[in-house]
Write a protein that binds this ligand. Structure first.
Ligand code: PNS
Length: 174
């Protein structure tokens, strides 16, 4: 066990992501992870490879609303944001010993595997992959951004709070 692991619990987990915007697939993974861990931190992480549609504070607010409105969600979920430094530093700050990611396809496996290995090298932190409902397998934030930006209805793909927000904001805002 390294020094970095001290204080990190395998009963506390982090679900990181861009959540730009949160989708039903994200909520499904958060719901499943919340049942597996005592405390679950959902964190909006700045991804330098992605330009981004919504400000981080808006993504946090939409996640909080979506989680609060989800009747099947357990009450152990905390939403946060992280923009400076490594994801494992955030995990360490909240005492989490596990990262949780949703895997929709082989493409996600290829994208997530190097990050999982690097995070393990950095801090001995394990990544657990969860499979979302197959009905959510084709949903992605980028697709939602594109459809919403062109004025289409994204309500089948996002939680009601996100759908309301995007409808209010209007296509011209993206
Ligand atoms: O939803 P995304 O954009 O696929 O999430 C990717 C994210 C934000 C989780 C990933 O880019 C990340 O972990 N960024 C934090 C920076 C970091 O710690 N990098 C080194 C290990 S991968």
């Amino acid at each position: 066990m390294t020094d970095r692991l001290i204080g990190m619990s395998s009963r506390i987990a982090v679900v990181p992501g861009s959540f730009d915007p949160p989708t039903l697939g994200h909520l499904d993974v958060i719901r499943r992870a919340a049942r597996l861990y005592d405390e679950l931190h959902v964190v909006v992480v700045h991804n330098p490879d992605k330009a981004g549609m919504l400000p981080a504070a808006q993504r946090v607010s939409l996640l909080e609303q979506s989680i609060a409105e989800d009747e099947a969600m357990s009450g152990n979920v905390i939403v946060g944001a992280w923009s400076v430094g490594l994801l494992v530093d955030y995990a360490q700050e909240v005492g989490a010993g596990v990262l949780v990611k949703g895997i929709r396809s082989q493409v996600d496996v290829a994208y997530e595997t190097p990050m999982a290995v690097v995070n393990r090298h950095l801090a001995d932190i394990e990544t657990v992959f969860l499979l979302p409902e197959p009905s959510h397998a084709l949903v992605s934030s980028s697709l939602v951004r594109q459809v919403a930006g062109l004025g289409g209805d994204v309500s089948p793909y996002v939680p009601p709070a996100v759908s309301r927000f995007l409808a209010r904001a209007g296509a011209n805002d993206f």
